[in-house]
Design a protein around this ligand. Structure first.
Ligand SMILES: N[C@@H](CCC(=O)N[C@@H](CS)C(=O)NCC(=O)O)C(=O)O
Length: 241
């Protein structure tokens, strides 16, 4: 297997974490520029170089970015599918490919809405410049949007037999649901627990993903970065009240 190179901001798990989980579950060889010193081609300069188009191909709009041989691609869901397909972490049935992609993109929608609770006006402003709007956005997210998304995933999981969200085996989409639940629990400890009472199937899926040997080994390693207040999922207690 050609090694993968994942290009992402250092210091936060962020959206790259969705791709890392697929690479780790697959035991695929990869370099993570977020963990690499600048002197070895990592760090912020690696992201900036990729955004300038220096990896070749179409210059990416935003990280995470994946380089694999001559292939240079962006968009988290696209990366998860790309790696997943090469390592049996994506449904092999061609009819299920667009179905899985639809689910993976819906995870991305949920993640974007979770992110936008702390940046409801603009990603170009600091959170501290939009705190009042954030309170409002978070209330709506916790009470309406997050429950709507999670109840829907719960239904889809049940409709598929309860084991995996799509197809008959674990896929990148299951890993993404695991990571999203982790993030929601971090950002909204009270809000997430309240919804989880209604989504026992998703909680069970989360636990079964966490217990997979490759995932468990990754979670216990220093490659797994903790959530923090610079990332996608942030814990601002006021937003969970
Ligand atoms: N839809 C894209 C969003 C990518 C994205 O927003 N990346 C963030 C970091 S997680 C970023 O650096 N964005 C810069 C920007 O949007 O200007 C994806 O899912 O990959």
């Amino acid at each position: 297997v050609k090694p993968y190179r994942l290009v992402y901001w250092p210091g936060i798990p962020g959206r790259a974490e969705y791709v890392r989980l697929v690479l780790e579950e697959a035991q695929a060889p990869y370099v993570d520029t977020a963990q690499l010193p600048e002197s070895e081609g990592g760090g912020v300069p690696a992201v900036m170089a990729a955004l300038r188009g220096e990896l070749g191909g179409v210059r990416p709009y935003a990280p995470p970015i994946l380089q694999h041989g001559a292939t240079v691609i962006s968009q988290t869901a696209n990366l998860c599918r790309y790696v997943g397909r090469r390592h049996d972490l994506w449904p092999a049935d061609p009819a299920l490919d667009p179905v899985a992609l639809g689910l993976q993109l819906t995870v991305a929608d949920l993640v974007k809405e979770a992110h936008d609770t702390h940046h409801p006006i603009s990603g170009e402003l600091y959170h501290e410049q939009q705190e009042d709007a954030a309170l409002e956005a978070a209330r709506s997210f916790r009470t309406k949007r997050m429950p709507k998304f999670l109840r829907w995933f719960e239904r889809v999981l049940a409709d598929n037999g309860g084991n995996w969200i799509v197809g008959d085996a674990v896929s990148a989409v299951d890993l993404a649901l695991f990571q999203t639940i982790e993030g929601l629990r971090y950002a909204f400890p009270r809000g997430a627990r309240a919804v989880e009472r209604e989504t026992p199937g998703l909680v069970d899926l989360h636990d079964r993903v966490a217990a997979r040997p490759n995932v468990a080994a990754y979670l216990a390693s220093d490659r797994r970065q903790p959530f923090n207040e610079d990332g996608l999922f942030r814990r601002y207690p006021a937003l969970d009240e």
